[in-house]
Design a protein around this ligand. Structure first.
Ligand code: ATP
Ligand code: MG
Length: 305
């Protein structure tokens, strides 16, 4: 077969894109959380999303699943603008992805089995006995089959997380969004979740978008990694790029561009570096100035009479 031309390769790559984020702006009131974000996720890959607490990772996932609409810009899921589709198209898209929420987000009044069955009841015409069978299989996959009849309040935090995962798997989705899948889990359960993500990706071709702060997990599961910072995409690239930056000595790191030095501090969890410098240099000084300036003019201890 003749080699593909550059044009063909570009077309093939675009065919492979299942999520496309285009010039995304997300504001809550006056707060800008994401700004000018561009991102592509390809079929069958695991993209790990990282970034400081509050930088907008969960917000990005909620935008990707159409739970909230962007202030500006576009998110296409399987080629469809998720914020513009009507309810029936949104339901059709919902059948193609699953999400594990950061909090687990289980319905407290339903048993674990009922929670897992819910997406099948709501979004498919499957008969009850087939749903029961599917529920057993999903619960077995996450090690919870024996706890099917318990309620969320009766199980541990880690078990809730796994129950949430079983529910995310309920419809055999093509894309799974994970928000902090291993936070708060013991190391073994956390490693098991990593293996499950890898199995789903490699054996079933599932596309995964995983928000995580757990670096061991990130470097185990990622094909590509993206770091968000100040509303933008600071760096996106293959895991190997991040591994190289992580392994650089302090001296070599000095020569890196600022963005890569931020990435390095984050993924190494270093106490000192550009992220902490930035905090101490700007916000702390601003804070102090904000406090100091008004003091001479109106000292709070001055009696009013
Ligand atoms: N519905 C909302 N209304 C107002 N502000 C919001 C809303 N949702 C998120 N935010 C704000 O947007 C910012 C980003 O929140 P988000 O939950 O996406 O952060 P995150 O990166 O997931 O953080 P963490 O790592 O702590 O989970 C925060 O400042 C948060 O207060
Ligand atoms: Mg979050």
């Amino acid at each position: 077969m003749p080699p593909a031309t550059a044009g063909q390769q570009a077309t093939n790559r675009d065919d492979d894109v299942v999520i496309e984020v285009d010039d995304l702006l997300m504001q809550f009131g006056k707060q800008t959380v994401l700004s000018g974000l561009d991102l592509k996720v390809r079929r069958g890959e695991t993209l790990v999303v990282m970034g400081g607490s509050g930088c907008g990772k969960s917000t990005l996932l909620r935008l990707m699943i159409g739970a909230i609409a962007p202030t500006r810009g576009r998110i296409r899921l399987f080629g469809e603008d998720i914020a513009k589709v009507d309810e029936s198209r949104l339901d059709a898209l919902r059948r193609r992805f699953g999400i594990l929420f950061q909090s687990g987000a289980l319905y407290q009044s339903m048993s674990i089995a009922e929670n897992v069955a819910l997406p099948m009841r709501e979004l498919t015409d499957l008969p009850p006995d087939l749903i029961d069978l599917q529920v057993k299989m999903k619960l077995e996959a996450v090690g919870l089959r024996e706890h099917a009849d318990k309620f969320p309040a009766q199980i541990s935090g880690g078990m809730k997380k796994r129950a949430g995962l079983a529910r995310a798997l309920a419809l055999d989705p093509e894309i799974i969004f994970y928000d902090e899948p291993s936070a708060g889990l013991d190391p073994v359960t956390s490693a098991e979740i990593d293996q499950l993500i890898i199995t789903l990706t490699k054996k079933l071709g599932v596309t995964s978008v995983v928000v995580t702060h757990e670096m061991d997990s990130a470097f185990t599961i990622a094909d590509r990694m993206v770091m968000l910072d100040k509303g933008r995409c600071l760096k996106i690239g293959p895991r190997a790029d991040y591994e190289r930056i992580r392994g650089l000595s302090k001296d070599d790191a000095e020569r890196l561009p600022e963005d890569d030095r931020i990435v390095r501090q984050f993924i190494r969890g270093d106490a000192y570096g550009p992220i902490t410098d930035r905090r101490t240099l700007t916000s702390y000084a601003d804070d102090l100035m904000g406090l100091l300036n008004p003091l001479p003019a109106s000292p709070s201890i001055t009696p009013t009479r």
